[in-house]
Design a protein around this ligand. Structure first.
Ligand code: C2E
Ligand code: CA
Ligand code: CA
Length: 666
């Protein structure tokens, strides 16, 4: 029998390579570890010998009874080899908790040499409270119980393991075999799974809230948080279904802010957004909780009032909405308030559909706006006809633009002192498919309202410049003439007007001072800094700007001084009254006098009679335009006519009048 003992390697024993062959117990008490190096070598040898199955017995220390020989049966060798080479850590522990044997894997787990394991108490290698492990290993439940614990490796790192144990009785003494299953991979996997779970849960929450946001977006307006059109349509239809059962009234209101664009233009978009939010809050505060307020887009809102008692009640609500809107501050330092035009459609006993009621309310709103805004209007069928006309007119106008049927006509403007034609006002016409001409009064309002005035205005400007370019190169022309083109305030919205003007001047090689732009008084009063900047740019090109229809709007004479204008056109309603109405006469003479003092040219339009012309001359008016001289004509040539007739009957100082021969009274 090969016996391993604590000391005295015996190289003589051929069965114990490395020299272990004695009857001393292996004892690792620190008190006896004098010759540390030698003991280390012994321990290594011993472990290798056990592992290789080369040792049959060894002597163990036994607390009280001294030492005992512990025999390993030769037959067990394969088993011991198996233990030694197991993938799990394994140890044999004495009943007092000392480690008597540790396999290679346990050494690896603890990152230390086995000789520092063997002989040490098991608890030395346990992290934290050892009692659960001791309980599982030695406890009353006995063996077969597994417990998770952390081993402490040589560097003090915790190594998670699953500890299992089984009893071992040798020669009537009991030992315990303990296995240590490395849980590091499993723990890492568990951590990874937990991390993935968490990430997935987070992602799910994100997805969930994204879904909620989408649902909200589909039904609500982002800026005000109000329901949008789609949700309102749904609610109106539900209200109508309920009203069919209850027999009550349902009212739908369409609101459009008055002059809202100004806020965006003068105070910026953030101020515009804030004003819309205030308007939304005010509307919500004005209606009952069961009613709905929705944002329809831009500065348009709609309100649904359910279970309304009567038409009078519905109209009352409309008035309340108007009042509520006029109480909302514009956010301007001067403390002005918003205002709205409100259209109202009433459904009795669930008549109609959401779309119909919204359309009717919208149509009524247009009427309220056309009547000056700040009021509520109830829909009636006649209004619908108007809105139908409007829609048709818009389509027809777009069609005329697409088919290039917009043409420019020219009306001469005459110097009152000399009788010379100084230029022409350019006036738009649409050639209808029948060949007849459509007058501006039938399409300019639609063009203004729909924004089609922008392409239309550009078209007229180009046509006029082209005609003037043609005249310049014509051998018979008797210019140079000025060309006065009407410009709508809406043409300033995109900021491109200066560039468009410049392009036309360049393309047709025109002298910029020959191009004049006419802006109506109301348009110029609504102008803000952005537009004034464009006007200055246009003026810097050399182009003159003038005030059209003077006297019909709100511009006071003193305003004239501050505007970048160089001429004033006196509206024809005053001109036509100067010989019959003393008030008109007073206004016209005052405007002419003031213009002269401000260094502005005065032009009287709509001059139809010689008497009118005479009065204008008396007042010192610079220029005149009207049927007295010529109606607008299709070309400058036609407008000029080809005659230079004596004009003394008109009182011109010069004997030549370069205007058509056919005008009355010549
Ligand atoms: P407006 O700018 O005040 O143009 C003068 C209008 O008075 C023209 O009407 C002209 O034909 C008319 N008129 C001229 N002399 C007399 C007269 O002696 N008696 C009477 N009763 N009327 C006279 P028209 O051509 O029908 O244009 C109407 C309005 O349409 C214009 O008024 C102008 O505001 C607008 N408009 C015309 N063309 C354009 C355009 O290209 N762009 C813009 N934005 N507006 C245009
Ligand atoms: Ca004009
Ligand atoms: Ca005019």
């Amino acid at each position: 029998m090969t016996v391993m003992r604590e000391h005295t390697p015996s190289p003589s024993d051929p069965k114990a390579p490395g020299g272990w062959n004695g009857d001393e117990a292996l004892h690792r008490s620190p008190a006896r570890s004098g010759d540390a190096l030698a003991r280390l070598a012994e321990a290594e040898d011993m472990i290798r010998a056990i592992g290789a199955g080369e040792v049959d017995a060894f002597v163990l220390p036994d607390g009280h009874a001294g030492r005992r020989v512990f025999t390993l049966e030769t037959a067990d060798r394969p088993y011991r080899m198996f233990v030694e080479n197991m993938r799990d850590g394994a140890a044999t522990v004495s009943s007092t908790g000392l480690i008597l044997f540790a396999n290679r894997r346990l050494g690896e787990l603890l990152s230390c040499a086995r000789e520092s394991i063997v002989g040490a108490p098991l608890t030395q290698f346990l992290a934290g409270d050892p009692s659960p492990v001791l309980h599982a290993v030695y406890g009353p439940e006995g063996h077969g119980v597994t417990v998770e614990a952390d081993l402490l490796d040589a560097d003090g790192r915790p190594i998670p393991v699953l500890i299992g144990s089984s009893p071992l009785a040798i020669d009537g003494r009991s030992f315990t075999c303990i296995t240590f299953f490395d849980l590091r991979d499993q723990k890492a996997q568990e951590r990874e799974i937990a991390r993935l779970d968490e990430a997935q849960a987070e992602r799910l929450t994100e997805l969930e809230s994204a879904k909620d946001a989408l649902a909200l977006q589909a039904t609500h307006d982002g800026l005000t948080g109000l329901p949008n059109r789609a949700l309102l349509v749904d609610r109106i239809n539900q209200a109508l279904a309920a009203a069919r059962r209850s027999g009550r009234c349902t009212a739908v209101y369409f609101l459009d802010m008055d002059g809202f664009k100004d806020i965006n233009d003068t105070q910026g978009h953030a101020a515009g957004d804030a004003a819309l939010q205030r308007a939304a809050q005010q509307l919500v505060a004005t209606v009952r909780p069961m009613d709905s307020v929705a944002r329809m887009g831009g500065d348009e809102f709609a309100v649904l009032a359910v279970d309304v008692d009567s038409h009078e009640h519905a109209v009352d609500i409309g008035a309340r909405l108007v009042d509520a809107m006029s109480a909302v501050p514009r956010g301007h330092p001067n403390g002005e308030h918003l205002g709205a035009s409100v259209g109202l459609s009433i459904s009795d006993r669930g008549r109609g559909t959401a779309e119909i009621l919204i359309h009717e309310a919208d149509t009524a709103m247009y009427k309220a706006k056309a009547d000056g805004g700040g009021r509520a209007e109830v829909f009636d069928a006649a209004l619908d006809l108007q809105s139908q006309h409007r829609a048709n007119a818009k389509v027809a106008l777009q069609c005329a633009l697409d088919e290039r049927r917009i043409v420019a006509h020219y009306q001469p403007i005459v110097n009152i002192a000399t009788g010379q034609t100084t230029g022409f006002e350019v006036l738009a016409r649409i050639t209808e498919n029948s060949g007849t001409l459509m007058s501006p009064k039938d399409f300019i309002p639609t063009a203004e309202e729909s924004g089609l005035i922008v392409p239309l205005g550009a078209e007229v400007l180009t046509a006029a410049c082209k005609e003037l370019g043609y005249q310049r190169s014509s051998p018979t022309h008797s210019g140079p003439w000025n060309l006065a083109v009407n410009v709508s305030a809406r043409q300033f919205e995109s900021g491109e007007l200066p560039a468009i003007v410049r392009r036309n001047l360049e393309e047709f090689g025109l002298d910029p001072t020959r191009l004049h732009l006419e802006l109506t008084e109301t348009a110029i009063m609504a102008l803000h800094t952005g537009v004034l900047k464009q006007l200055a740019e246009i003026r810097d090109l050399g182009v003159e700007v003038g005030l059209d229809d003077f006297g019909t709007g709100y511009a006071s004479l003193t305003h004239l001084r501050r505007l970048p204008v160089s001429f004033v056109k006196i509206d024809q309603t005053f001109v036509q009254g100067i010989t019959t109405d003393s008030e008109d006469e007073g206004i016209v003479s005052a405007v002419i006098a003031l213009s002269a003092r401000l260094g502005l040219r005065s032009i009287a339009e709509g001059v139809e009679t010689v008497e009118q012309l005479d009065r204008l001359r008396e007042f010192g008016c610079d220029e005149a335009q009207g049927y007295l001289f010529a109606k607008p004509q299709a070309t400058i040539d036609a407008a000029m006519g080809h005659t230079t007739a004596p004009s003394t009957s008109l009182g011109f100082r010069q004997a030549r009048l370069t205007i058509p021969a056919s005008f009355p009274g010549l």
